[in-house]
Design a protein around this ligand. Sequence first.
Ligand SMILES: *Cc1c(COP(=O)(O)O)cnc(C)c1O
Length: 382
Amino acid sequence: MSDAPFEPAPGCVTIDLDALADNWLRLARRAAPGRSGAVVKADAYGIGLDKAGPALWSAGARVFFVAQLAEGLAARRFLPKEAVIYVLNGLEKDADPADYARNALRPAIGSAEELQRWSELAARHGHTSPSALHLDTGMSRLGFESLAALKDAMARCGAAIGADLLMSHFVSAEIPGDPINAEQIALFDAARAAFPDLPASLANSSGMFLAAQPIYDLARPGYALYGGNPTPAARNPMRPVATLTVAIQQTRWIEAGETCGYNAQWTARRRSRLATLLAGYADGLPRGAGASDAKPGAEIVIAGRRCPLVGRASMDLCVADVTDLPEEAAGPGVRAEFFGAAVDLDDFASRSGTIGYQVLTGLGRRYRREYFSPRLATRQEA
Ligand SMILES: *Cc1c(COP(=O)(O)O)cnc(C)c1O
């Protein structure tokens, strides 16, 4: 890292674009002989699409998935024009299908109504634009409700609709023993048999690690790219991408029996030294990240030691119990790592009562962001 001067900010998210590229390469190897795409919805899971998109492209990713039309338009700006971009939410009700086609965005079509709108566009233009067909195999969220419904809609729609991908989405892939995984694979295999010419895509990050290896032609990892653990019951095989550090503002001693934070949810059981850190729920920290008298809290790392957060996180502040640290190790200005190399993202999130996906996508706007790429020896601020 260079020592370029940056705007000071008490909270800093450092993003390792080499780790992101390595994670994609690892997943691409796992997907072989199929391919791995890259899911970059929600601003690349909060990492920043403008930086993550080009880094993934450089690593070799050619197929990208966003959730919304607006995200697809943004992805078009940051990716080379050869990039294939699917829009997972499909043809939005208020959107003009021509806006997808004009920008070479491929909607994941999930209903007879969407199919109709897309085929009308094709009839009007005299040619089809590519799209995906989305079958619901258990999420009950988006996609054709059954293979019969999909076949029926396809039979009714007159014009060719340019489908070049058949996809579905796992309900519970991060729980390998959940029987719904096998049920969904069976339903998806039946759909593949009905549309044998369509490339197929089923697996998200965790789906890629199921024993059945349901990769088919194209995998759709998101979370694992950004350092999330696709195998929560086992060691995280991915490299951490985002590191959040926050500075200590004050420390104080409180007596046993005194409490910390709003509504006095945490009571000191011994004379305790507390460190107040400059980030809170307005920065995306879960309000319940701190311990209460009823439950333990997330653990952050200060000077190489794990320390629990205590009490309710406030809007701009949270508090760690640093009693077990030497005084000089945890003074004002010292930075604590909330997650990154020292604290696994999934560990921080689960102890905070949420999932790493929500922690990443909720990363606050007040944090300073530093992107670096050790292999390229570049570092820049956003
Ligand atoms: C978000 C999403 C993915 C990526 O899931 P991860 O668990 O983040 O890998 C894949 N497919 C669909 C349809 C999605 O909505």
